[in-house]
Design a protein around this ligand. Structure first.
Ligand code: FBP
Length: 552
């Protein structure tokens, strides 16, 4: 493998563990806390998880290790979208497992949950694992989006576990994957297989967090990467003074990534999906909100700016989500074929006009043609609109352009409007993990093994007090059922981990809200620069602004 100087240097980086895990395996013991209750729907969740519900939260503390010695054979999978630090979770797990007993074994199942079902695996060795320390990506074993949720799948996993003599399975994933970890843990406990299941909280989207889990890993590095790029664009905009940059950032649903980037870079505009939904904002209102800033700045001679648009925005706009629902209905079943067979866009447009309600067609009509076509041409295998593929950065910049034309004709807008578009998503998911993510992930993995060693199942590896230096972090575990409630999914009531959306009364949003009017008009850009891996702690070990405002 050709190694860059940074990669060589990162191999040598020793991730920082929470103080209490630094004592050496022999001196780590468990302190049990209170029994737990799910965040809502307690009776229903308790009934669905009779073997794993209501367990106690636990913390690791200094003291004599009282765990029962036995050979551990652990399987690990990476599940869902890549997030910086995944390799370090595996490394931390491996190091703790080998430090406990050299004969312990760690198997990595390849390609996500499907690897566990199909028994596609590798056995980790020192030599192999050392190539992945402190590196980005999930290429160590790959990842996948197969959902591990049916009894038939669990039976396959049980067979694979029996074949290898697995004592535990670690699932590194987001809210859905960890929901499934809880269901698998319950299955394994009910069948008395002796296989424990532990989860680790991953996702750049930042929406797997709650009063116990302060942050999902990867959010720190991904948002720092996007913020560096946004800061660079801001500086370019401020130098050339001729473009408005519309930048879409990832985050399938929640707007945590957009908000964090806004806190880091102070752009002129940042839309927050949760606010749009709460205020039931229409497309016209959002367009006018952006156009007002462009107009004011333009009339002040500042024909440039930066607007951040969260990937999930359109689903939060009530009239847009109603339109998407109608389109999905319109193309249900065989109607997709009928639609596809129409000879021209004009014929298709006619079909759409007849099929949509007057309200939804009115929304459809104001969209730029490119976006209209995207809504109908790029659909998933079930015929549904692929919302994440909608180029919302282009959508809003086009709508703003049309609005400005009207304002120019009316004589109120005297500026110029040059547009540039960007989408930052994949650029940040496999970056070298920041020191924060390198340390946090290694600690999550190390801690996951401690939970296994002490016999826990259905727990999420928990490392907290994250806004403080790693020395002061706490380590322990929280029953996954504590984070669950019942939600309607595909027409059925399901127990799921509650997704964390941006809280409009939370400190990060409040800070943004208090400053955004000034940022909209006055150029207030801040330039965070690249992630720093070496140097003074105040530039290398920074947490996100979100975490700092929430916990600092
Ligand atoms: P996870 O929820 O699995 O962590 O993935 C998040 C994410 O990166 C979103 O931000 C984005 O919408 C999506 O994955 C992209 O998915 P894909 O990698 O399948 O294109």
């Amino acid at each position: 493998m050709n190694l860059s100087p940074l990669q060589k240097a990162r191999y040598q980086y020793q991730p920082k563990l929470p103080g209490m895990l630094r004592n050496g395996i022999a001196d780590i013991c468990v302190k049990e806390g209170e029994a737990t209750q799910s965040v809502a729907d307690q009776d229903k969740i308790a009934a669905l998880f009779p073997n794993t519900y209501g367990k106690k939260e636990i913390t690791f503390v200094k003291g004599t290790n009282t765990s029962v010695a036995k050979k551990q054979v652990v399987g690990v999978i990476l599940s869902g979208g890549q997030a910086p630090g995944g390799h370090n979770v595996v490394c931390g797990l491996y190091d703790a497992l080998k430090a406990t007993d050299k004969n312990n074994v760690l198997l990595g199942f390849k390609g996500g949950p499907s690897g566990l079902i199909q028994d596609s695996y590798i056995e980790f060795t020192d030599e192999f694992i050392d190539q992945y320390r402190n590196t980005g990506g999930f290429d160590i074993i790959g990842s996948g989006r197969t959902k591990l949720e049916t009894v038939a799948q669990f039976m396959e996993v049980e067979k694979v576990a029996q074949k290898h003599g697995l004592t535990a399975i670690v699932i590194i994933g987001g809210d859905d994957s960890n929901t499934n970890a809880a269901v698998l843990a319950e299955y394994m406990a009910a069948k008395k297989t002796g296989v424990q299941v532990i989860g680790c909280p991953k996702t750049i989207d930042g929406d797997l967090k709650n009063e116990d889990i302060e942050a999902s890993f990867g959010f720190d590095t991904a948002t720092k990467t996007y913020s560096e790029l946004i800061g660079n664009i801001e500086r370019d905009a401020n130098s050339a003074k001729k473009y408005w940059h519309f930048i879409k950032v990832m985050g399938r649903s929640a707007s945590h990534v957009a908000l964090e980037c806004a806190l880091e870079t102070q752009p002129n505009i940042c839309l927050i999906g949760e606010e749009v939904a709460a205020k039931k904002m229409s497309i016209a209102q959002i367009t006018n909100y952006i156009a007002d800033a462009v107009e004011t700045r333009g009339n002040n001679g500042e024909n440039f700016g930066v607007a951040i648009i969260p990937e999930g925005i359109v689903e939060f706009v009530p009239e847009f989500s109603a339109l998407i629902k109608e389109i999905n209905e319109l193309l249900a079943g065989s109607k997709t074929e009928e639609f596809n067979a129409l000879p021209s866009w004009d014929a298709k447009y006619d079909f759409i006009k007849k099929g949509l309600s007057a309200e939804s067609f009115a929304v459809f009509e104001i969209l730029p043609t490119g976006i209209q076509q995207q809504l109908f041409l790029e659909r998933d295998p079930h015929g549904n609109v692929q919302v994440s593929l909608i180029e919302s950065e282009k959508l809003f910049s086009e709508l703003v352009k049309n609005e400005l034309k009207k304002r120019a004709q009316a004589g109120t807008y005297k500026g110029k409007f040059g547009q540039q578009h960007h989408f930052f998503g994949y650029e940040g998911r496999c970056a070298f993990p920041s020191n924060f993510d390198a340390d946090y992930c290694y600690s999550l993995g190390y801690n996951a093994f401690m939970l296994i060693q002490y016999g826990y199942t259905g727990y999420l590896s928990k490392v907290s007090n994250l806004s403080k230096p790693a020395e002061e972090w706490n380590a322990g575990g929280m029953p996954i059922t504590k984070m669950m409630n019942i939600e309607r999914r595909n027409g059925e009531d399901k127990p799921v981990i509650r997704k964390a959306l941006v809280e409009l009364d939370g400190k990060p949003f409040k800070y943004f809200e208090a400053h955004r009017d000034e940022w909209a008009v006055k150029t207030s850009f801040t330039y965070p620069g690249a992630i720093q891996y070496y140097g003074p702690s105040e530039v290398c070990d920074l947490t996100t602004r979100t975490l700092w405002l929430e916990k600092g």
